[in-house]
Design a protein around this ligand. Structure first.
Ligand SMILES: [Cu+2]
Length: 218
């Protein structure tokens, strides 16, 4: 084998080892239920390291919150700080998307189609997104200063992979009076399975207006 080939192979092996060393090594499997033992869907679970720095963000990602059938899809979008969010309109009617939340105020005047520009979310916090025309339309962009987060499934389940260590677990849900938080230690040996019961408030989102068939904006 020529020395240059050997060096190249060594470089490939070292690169593979570096990737392996940076792979998440521990796992949290969290099941969320409400007071009636029903699964809590659309909660955002995030891990915040207590003994280690948060890794620097990679290149800014871009995600979409679509207006479809007079609703935002999805209802809850967790993102890392710096992520850009586009708000395309898939409806034949126009929407006027806005937020008054301190973490990100923005206003996208009446628009149709996919023309709306992407908004950047530079600060952590919960951003409540509405439509000026349709009061019932609501979406939440949950901006996090950690790369480790997940949205709970229909079964109330969240799986998070992160390096072994101590973390503060934060749980946000739009029907929680305040975010829930507690500490865990994740070890490499086996996934940590945990359950958490949440006390949810009544859903305060405005009810959807009945279909009118009349003129003007629906
Ligand atoms: Cu609308």
């Amino acid at each position: 084998m020529r020395p240059s080939t050997l060096a190249r192979r060594l470089a490939v092996i070292l690169a593979a080892l570096a990737v392996a060393a940076s792979l998440p090594a521990a796992e949290l499997v969290l099941t969320l239920t409400d007071a009636a033992s029903a699964p809590v869907v659309d909660a955002v679970v995030s891990l915040h390291p207590l003994d280690a720095p948060v890794p620097a963000p990679g290149p800014a990602a871009e995600v979409e919150v679509v207006q479809s059938d007079g609703e935002f899809q999805p209802l809850v979008t967790p993102i890392r700080v710096g992520t850009r969010v586009r708000f395309p309109n898939a409806d034949s009617i126009q929407h006027h998307v806005y937020s008054l939340s301190p973490a990100k105020r923005f206003d996208i005047p009446l628009h149709g189609g996919a023309s709306a520009p992407a908004e950047e979310f530079p600060l952590p916090g919960v951003v409540s997104v509405g439509c000026n025309i349709h009061d019932w339309m609501r979406a939440y962009v949950v901006v996090l200063d950690t790369p480790w987060f997940a949205l709970s499934s229909d079964a109330g389940l969240s799986r998070l992979e992160a390096p072994a260590g101590r973390y503060r677990v934060e749980i946000w849900h739009y029907r929680l009076a305040k975010p829930d938080a507690y500490e865990v230690t994740l070890a490499e040996s086996e996934p940590l399975a945990a359950a958490r019961a949440l006390v949810l408030r009544r859903d305060r989102r405005p009810a959807r207006a009945p279909e009118s068939g009349g003129g003007g904006y629906r």
